[in-house]
Unconditional design. Structure first.
Lengths: 331, 344
């Protein structure tokens, strides 16, 4: 699995358990959203992150609340990895007043500025310039904060990818561009839609480091992100990391996924699961005991169940909210 | 001969007829077929568009004429402009009209202006089909109705159909029009069924349709708000007032005469437009009627629109956001000073 000894040395048991917990939170959250959406209990569109947990968690493991991330329409995983409240997220997806965005944003727009989560995004490619802006703030204000732009392979053909990375490079900004290459942009394959073999190859065009990692290997992501975040904090500029991964569900819930083949679906879900792979590693290397991990799983299950109850039982927004928060200065 | 078709199938049929009639017509956009170059799909589609509107078209015409694009709106909308100017007649799908944010230059500064800037020496026979409309719980970036934005720009035609019949006939007119047309499809109308003529027919762009005759009130309603207005009209009828409903069908050009003739008859005007309230089509029509038909009016014009806010996600707020029959009734009650109408 390409895990180096140096990582094992720097990875504490505490961190390993935190990462395991976050991955399981994302998985359980998404499985739950899948189920309740199928029952017709959730309004709107949802796009699930299950299968890609190692990317969000391996990167966010190096970030603080002062660091920013930008996300995508497939944003639940980024929110959880960045520390957003599960109850507030679920209530948001239900469109309730207790949601992180008071029910006004929904699944595609969950955000929590206090946690440095600059929003899931309904616009493919929307995140690149936004991450550059957060990086610009860090540079101008001379903080050591960094910004991470998570994006899918579909977005790497969007003009904003090129404009955003170029600016980050010329201004030497503390931005890490993290490609989640799950093989499909909506219903089109990466190979069809992109002229490059790897997204990371495009880094050369902007004179920044580009690295390819196995996005199903949490520690490979963790290690690459550690280097990139360090470079950014030291004023050495942006990095592009491409994580090769797979989404277990469709582009959106309800997508029949006829563009995938059954063999790859089974292979990825049953034989290349990022959570299972990290669990095996953690146990084999004494980073956690089976009891530790069982306890985490139990605790997460309860937390997710709680979030659903919270979401279901919370009140809908008051009518007065309709035109509130359009402006700061008046309503 | 007529048959019942959904709004979605009516659009599909129009595209199919156009592609049969003229080999220069191509369909281009994000996953309009879907699954390009996937081994087990070949010339079958994965999606036929995100809402399945273009299903079956790639099987009929092949991937040379049904082209999946990367998620790169500036790229393929811009390319469609000059594909049109150099000999094709593209139907480009901008999945949601909200995504115009990613390609406004290509529409506003290129497509709309080529002919004028080139001294009349270019033609841009391009149709951009795009989804609009709130009510789908799709939140602020997938629910807007941005037709006013395009109506503002000279060089573009803007079409907003409200029924399957109109959608088919207007889409065929749009495709074979030699100017760029932005064709709006309300995503909440796709499953609506209605009578549609068999075969090829066109409805002229720039001709309004009177969806209901009446003598007491004119309601000009856009897109799916025609149906909101029809519901209100039925309720008003029970109270003894007959509303005339004018569906402009195209916003640019606008059939001013049909609107003015109706107002001349009824003396009262309510405009229902679910877009944002400032600088929208309702204000535009209102100004036109005040300018050209002031003497016809017995009461101030009322406009029923969204509030000046983004589209909220929460169903409870989105329902408040949209126009509804009650809001129309209340406006009419105020207009004639009869509160018994509003309270039903």
């Amino acid at each position: 699995m390409g895990t180096s000894k140096s990582i094992l040395a720097s990875l504490t048991s505490e961190k390993a358990k935190w990462m395991y917990r976050k991955m399981v939170e994302i998985r359980e959250f998404e499985e739950m959203v899948h189920d309740i959406f199928a029952k017709g209990e959730l309004p709107g569109f949802v796009h699930l992150y299950a299968g890609e947990e190692a990317v969000a968690v391996g990167v966010c493991a190096h970030l603080t609340d002062q660091d920013s991330i930008t996300s995508t329409h497939r944003g639940h995983g980024h929110c959880i990895a960045k520390g957003c409240d599960l109850d507030g997220m679920m209530a948001e997806i239900y469109g309730k007043s207790t949601g992180l965005c008071k029910g006004k944003g929904g699944s595609m727009h969950i955000a929590d500025i206090e946690k440095g989560m600059l929003g899931a995004n309904g616009i493919v490619g929307g995140g690149f310039p936004l991450a550059v802006g957060a990086g610009l703030t860090a540079k101008v204000k001379k903080t050591d904060h960094v910004a991470v732009c998570f994006f899918g392979d579909g977005a790497n053909n969007h003009g904003t990818f090129h404009e955003g990375i170029n600016m980050a490079a010329i201004w030497n900004l503390p931005v890490i561009f993290v490609a989640e290459n799950n093989g499909y942009g909506e219903a089109s394959t990466f190979e069809y839609a992109s002229s490059c073999t790897n997204i990371a190859d495009r880094a050369a065009g902007y004179n920044i480091p580009g690295e390819i990692v196995d996005g199903k290997d949490l520690l490979a992501v963790y290690e690459a992100a550690e280097r990139a975040v360090k470079r950014a904090r030291n004023g050495e500029g942006p990095t592009l990391i491409e994580c090769k991964t797979y989404r277990d569900y469709g582009h959106f819930e309800g997508d029949a996924q006829t563009y995938k083949n059954d063999k790859e679906k089974v292979e990825q879900r049953d034989h290349n699961d990022c959570i299972k792979r990290f669990k095996d590693y953690a146990l084999a290397n004494n980073l956690a005991t089976k009891e530790d991990l069982d306890a985490i799983e139990d605790s997460v299950k309860k937390a997710i169940e709680h979030s659903v109850k919270f979401g279901e039982e919370s009140p809908l927004p008051d009518a007065s909210e309709l035109t509130k928060d359009v402006y700061v200065s008046y309503e | 001969m007529t048959k019942k078709l959904t709004f979605s199938k009516a659009i599909n049929e129009a595209i199919t007829l156009a592609m049969n009639k003229d080999n220069d017509v191509i369909l281009i956009g994000e996953d309009v077929a879907g699954g390009a170059e996937v081994d087990h799909l070949q010339d079958q589609e994965a999606w036929g568009g995100v809402m399945g509107v273009t299903q079956g078209i790639v099987e009929k015409f092949g991937r040379n004429r049904v082209i999946d694009t990367p998620i790169a709106e500036a790229g393929y909308i811009g390319a469609s402009v000059t594909a049109a100017a150099t000999g094709l007649r593209p139907i480009a799908e901008l999945m949601f009209n909200d995504f115009i944010g990613s390609c406004l230059d290509e529409v506003m500064n290129q497509g709309a202006k080529l002919r004028y800037m080139f001294g009349g020496k270019a033609r841009v026979p391009l149709t951009i089909r795009t989804m609009h409309g709130a009510g789908y719980r799709a939140a602020a970036q997938h629910s807007q109705s941005l037709y006013a934005l395009f109506t503002h720009i000279p060089g573009l035609k803007v079409v907003v159909p409200s029924t399957p019949y109109d959608a088919k006939g207007l889409l065929l007119s749009s495709i074979f029009d030699d100017d760029p047309v932005i064709f709006f499809e309300d995503k909440t109308l796709y499953t609506m069924k209605g009578e549609v003529d068999e075969g090829f027919y066109t409805i002229p762009i720039g001709k309004a349709d009177i969806k209901r005759k009446g003598k007491d009130l004119t309601i000009v309603a856009i897109g799916k708000q025609v149906h909101t207005a029809l519901k209100a009209a039925n309720q008003l009828s029970k109270k003894g007032y007959e509303a005339e409903i004018v569906d402009p069908r195209s916003l640019s050009p606008l059939d001013e005469d049909t609107i003015l003739d109706s107002v001349a008859k009824t003396g009262r005007l309510i405009i229902v437009d679910e877009a944002y309230p400032r600088c929208n089509v309702a204000t535009d029509i209102s100004a036109m009627v005040v300018d050209k038909g002031f003497d016809y009016l017995d009461a101030p014009i009322k406009m029923i629109t969204a509030p000046h806010s983004p589209v909220p996600f929460s169903p409870s707020l989105e329902d408040l956001y949209l126009p509804n029959p009650e809001k129309i009734m209340a406006a009419f009650a105020e207009m004639i000073g009869d509160n018994s109408i509003a309270s039903k």
